[in-house]
Design a protein around this ligand. Structure first.
Ligand SMILES: NC(=O)c1ccc[n+]([C@@H]2O[C@H](COP(=O)([O-])OP(=O)(O)OC[C@H]3O[C@@H](n4cnc5c(N)ncnc54)[C@H](OP(=O)(O)O)[C@@H]3O)[C@@H](O)[C@H]2O)c1
Length: 342
């Protein structure tokens, strides 16, 4: 086939903050699908915090990248040509493909068809995809908040956080969130129905902010950031509180992680801390999707994404997300979406 498949390659390992110099843009031939394979035109791709972990050369649940690799990511695209009996040309699909304009899919990349009539295609990378399921697993399966309990969510306007808080609100909890700008705090309060929120970047201290915004303590903490916020939550936690460790984005670009100083409170307050990885819970996706699609349709759950356009913008979009410059789920549109406006 003709040349013209632009790809983003992992050029070098960052030490400390990741920068655009750690990526390079290449062009390759558009590949031909082999037996059982299909060619997918990638329309939307996701940039996610876990990719920062893949840039470090250490064993993890996602295999480390090697310099020269085309990066992998979740993609929503359209099948252009198929030698796979389960998929036909024109089908819209979601899968773990690559930072490139065209990918070969074999069908085993968590590939599934997506229904373009259910919601905008890009939402399959956010509220109807792994971030939404992450919020569901962490909040509902592990945190198990009860009506009337006090719930606190950090990075509350992000892809996972905005869903996690709304799930707790639907459960009848009092929900408080922290986010990195006044606009984000207004969004979680006015759109997502959080009871309260604060801009942690303007807080004199996290301890006093939590004491004032969570006056009845915290029963469930949905932790997206770790670090000093986690330490402060331990002080404000109620007896028997559950700390759900979803992620620790404040630590991902540090060469020396923050220490946690209030661990002695675990025994005194009988706290539980539980970490999880969403991919261990993918069997819950069909049930989650059916519930969430209904909530989105009825307007009970709101969703915000932050779209940038152009594959060449993907490294900058990834970095701005890590810095908190995204407002909602960060997505990159790579190609025209034929369902847009329909
Ligand atoms: N366990 C799992 O399976 C799983 C799956 C998906 C995601 N995660 C984790 O969930 C968390 C959120 O991921 P996401 O995809 O929803 O990203 P996101 O929240 O949409 O974007 C990242 C956000 O993190 C916040 N942030 C960045 N640096 C920060 C800092 N130093 N202190 C506090 N907040 C900071 C920023 O929001 P502000 O402007 O509010 O600071 C930024 O917008 C991450 O920790 C991620 O690793 C875990």
């Amino acid at each position: 086939m003709t040349d013209g498949n632009r790809q983003v390659v992992f050029a070098s390992r960052p030490s400390g903050w990741v920068g655009e110099e750690n990526f390079s843009l290449h062009s390759a031939a558009i590949p031909e699908p082999g037996p059982g394979e299909m060619l997918v035109r990638n329309i939307y791709m996701s940039v996610d915090p876990y990719m920062r972990g893949m840039m470090v050369d250490r064993p993890s649940y996602a295999a480390p990248l090697r310099p020269g690799d085309v990066l992998s990511c979740r993609v929503v695209g359209q099948v252009v040509a198929s030698n796979n009996p389960d998929y036909g040309a024109g089908d819209f699909v979601f899968g773990m493909l690559r930072w490139e304009e065209y990918s070969i899919a074999k069908g085993d990349e968590d590939l599934r068809k997506v229904d373009p009539d259910l919601a905008p295609l890009s939402w399959n990378l956010g509220v109807l995809g792994a971030p939404g399921l992450t919020a569901w697993v962490g909040m509902m399966e592990l945190g198990r908040p009860k009506a009337g309990e006090q719930v606190f969510v950090s990075a509350a306007s992000g892809a996972v956080g905005q869903v996690a808080g709304q799930l707790a609100r639907l459960r009848g909890c009092r929900v408080v969130g922290s986010a990195g700008s006044d606009d984000k705090v207004a969004f979680i309060r006015r759109e997502c129905g959080y009871d309260d929120g604060f801009n942690y970047r303007r807080a004199a201290s996290f301890e006093t902010a939590l004491a004032s915004h969570c006056p009845d303590g915290i029963d469930v903490y949905f932790d997206n950031v770790g670090g000093t916020m986690l330490d402060a939550v331990l002080l404000q936690a109620n007896d028997h509180a559950r700390l759900i460790e979803c992620g620790m984005i404040s630590q991902y670009n540090l060469q020396q992680p923050d220490g946690i100083h209030n661990l002695a409170l675990f025994a005194r307050k009988r706290l539980t801390m539980r970490g999880f990885i969403v991919r261990d819970h993918y069997e819950l996706l069909p049930k989650y999707l059916s519930d969430m699609a209904a909530w989105l349709k009825s307007g009970e759950v709101k969703y915000r994404e932050d779209m940038v356009r152009g594959l060449e913008q993907a490294p900058a979009a990834f970095i701005r997300m890590l810095k908190g410059e995204n407002f909602g789920k960060q997505v990159v549109q790579i190609a025209d979406d034929p369902t847009e406006g329909s």
